[in-house]
Every structure is written in structure tokens, then in C-alpha cells.
Design a protein around this ligand. Sequence first.
Ligand code: NAD
Length: 377
Amino acid sequence: SVLVFVKEPYHLEKRCALLPDNVKIYKRLGATVQVESQIGDTLGFTDQHYIDAGAEIFTDRSAALSTAHAVLSVRPLALEELAQTPQSCCSISFFDPFNSPDKITSLLDNKRSCISMELIPRSTRCQKMDALSSQASLAGYVMVLKAMSNLHKTLPMMMTPAGTLKPAKVFIIGVGVAGLQAIATAKRMGANVIAYDTRPECAQQVQSLGAKFLNIDLGVTESTDQGYAKALSEEQLTLQQQAQADCIADSDIVITTAQLFGRKPPLLISNDVILRMKPGSVIVDMAALDGGNVEASVAGETIIYKAVKIVGDGDWAGEVALDASQMYANNLMALVQDMYNTETSLFTVDAQNDVLKSALVTYNGEVINPILKSQYT
Ligand code: NAD
């Protein structure tokens, strides 16, 4: 089968879906690996690195797309490019499935298959393919670094003849994969860390990292069968906002990582609470590009609001693009290996495969993922 790796469709993307080391493993499966010229530029890999590993380099993207069995990338192909692939072709990327209705309609009309890495099940079997987790973990780490570099204070306590510096206070809201890594990173730097999540089971995870869990009694909070938090009622959200306000006002750094799968992230910090923070404090809003957990955050920017810095840069994992690429490329490889038919040695899209029952957006003119299916019928 011909696996085509394109240069990233989004020009600011620094990550890459294939490292030279991955080529040999794809070739061992029996695949032909075609790689667009300059694919590794952002990471310092030349075309020769890929050639030495056994890949073929192409410069004519349309021609390569027209013969592909699979097209793999970090960001999704543009609508016109999806249409240039043959009907048997499957595109695999972070497809942004809940914000791409035009692409889904086109995939359905043209009967193209598409796998969205956001829809890989969060199960033990799929851990190796779980690109949301691999990238979120790096994001958690990067957000602490960003906060540190914007704060005019040290994180650890320092006792010196010139005086004692108190450890910084860090409050992390949302304790999924990113939040846990942010807690671990801030703890390693010597900060005092408090965290909160609406899922009660997070309390123990927070404590096992040596941080404190902020207890807020919201009554019953629900999760989906995949473990994602469900949206709070309006009363619960108001209660949460009030109960965490003192902790926010008292913190040097607040990092928000709260997400709701397939929905807009919840608004957790309103401007009146920011007014209570000390001048020079820092908020990092992981969700800024998707609407934000913080009222004042601006997508893609670091701003100062009433003497508080608010970091809404996004592209967190891209700040450590080599590691992010290595992890993402490994996630892709695990998925492709799982899809390879061992008898025919061919890349095969089997809509009955447990992983694909969730991860397939479209197949043969149908929407497969159950959540999306209900939106397109
Ligand atoms: P996510 O990115 O969807 O959300 C981040 C966190 O925000 C979640 O912990 C969520 O509970 C929290 N949140 C939502 N609303 C909030 C609010 N109002 N206030 C505070 N926090 C709020 O989460 P994720 O990191 O993708 O993890 C989702 C689930 O998947 C978790 O249950 C996680 O343990 C699970 N998971 C399982 C595996 C596996 O078993 N292989 C792998 C990764 C994640």
C-alpha cells in the first residue's frame, strides 16, 4: 500500500507526522512510504534523512495524492485536496471533527474515508494510538514553562542571606492528561500546587502528585462512558466559579485546562475575578483557541489585562515540536499497524475494527462515529 506523508497543510504547524526512524517500520509492514519534499524542515531533518531510511520523496503533491491509499498528517488536508485522493484512500489527521461540517459533507458526497485522531477511544487497548493524550501531556508541561517565563518570580522557595523567597502558588483547573502533567511539572519546580476538577476521582490523582485538591461540593457531576466530564448545570458552574475565586485571587499562576468533549470549553474565570489577582500574576488558558476558559483571554496571544498576564497562545505541543512529532508519529504508526491486514499485507479500512468504530469519521459515504452520526442523519 502507498502511504503518503504530506508537508503540513497548515503553514504554522511545526510538528510532523513522520520522522525518518518511522520509515523502516512502515516498510517492514510492506508499505511504500512517499514523503513530500521538505517535510522535516521544521525539525531539522532533510529529504536525505528520509531517503536514507527508505522513503521516496515527491514534489508534485497532487500526483502523490491521486495514488495514495492513505494520507497522513498532523493537520487535515484542505477540502479541495481531500477530493484529489482516490475513493479507496483514507486520510488520517487531527481532523477537528466537530468544527468541520463542510469537509464532512464533501467526504460523504465523494465517498472518501477519514480518520480523526481526536476520536481514538481512550481505552487501554488504544493507549499507543492516543494522540490527544500524547500532545496534551506535552501541552501541560509547556504551559508551566510559559507561565514561569511570564512571571516575575521564582517557583521554588529560596532561602538566601538576602532574604527568603516564598514558593509560588500555582492553581490548576482541570485535571485531565494536560492538567496532571502541569501539576507534576510545577511540583518539580518547587511550587505550591492546588488543583481542581469536577470529576471527584481526580482528587486522589492530584494528591498522589503531592499537590492539594480544592474541595468544592457541586453535588452530582457526570461523565460520559469514555470518561469525559459532562457539562455542569448553570447553577453548578456559578457555584464552582464562586468557590474557586479566593484560590485564584491568591495564586501567582493559574493554568486552566478544562475541556468538554465535542463542545465549547466551559467559561471558568470571569473578568471580575481577575481584578482580584495580584499585579504580575499569570493565567495560562489552554482552551483560548477554542473559546477559552478565561473571559479575557485572546486566541493566539499573550495579553495584559488589569496588570495580569493572560497567555492564550495555543499550539502548546508545537513548542516542543520534536518530541511532539515523535509521539504523534508513534501514535499514527500504532494505528496503521493495527489497520494492516496481516494476510494480505495491505492497509485496510475495516469499519468493524473496534478502534475505527469510533475513529472513522466517514467511510463509503456514511458517517461512522456514533456521536457525529447523530448530527448527520
Ligand atoms: P479533557 O481534555 O477532555 O478535559 C480536561 C479536564 O477538564 C478533564 O479532566 C475534565 O474533567 C475537566 N473539566 C471539565 N469541565 C470542568 C470544569 N468546569 N472545571 C474543572 N475541570 C473541568 O480531558 P482528557 O485529558 O482528554 O481526559 C478525558 C478522560 O479520558 C479522563 O477521564 C481521563 O482520565 C481519560 N483518559 C483515559 C485514558 C486511557 O484509559 N487510556 C487515556 C487518557 C485519558
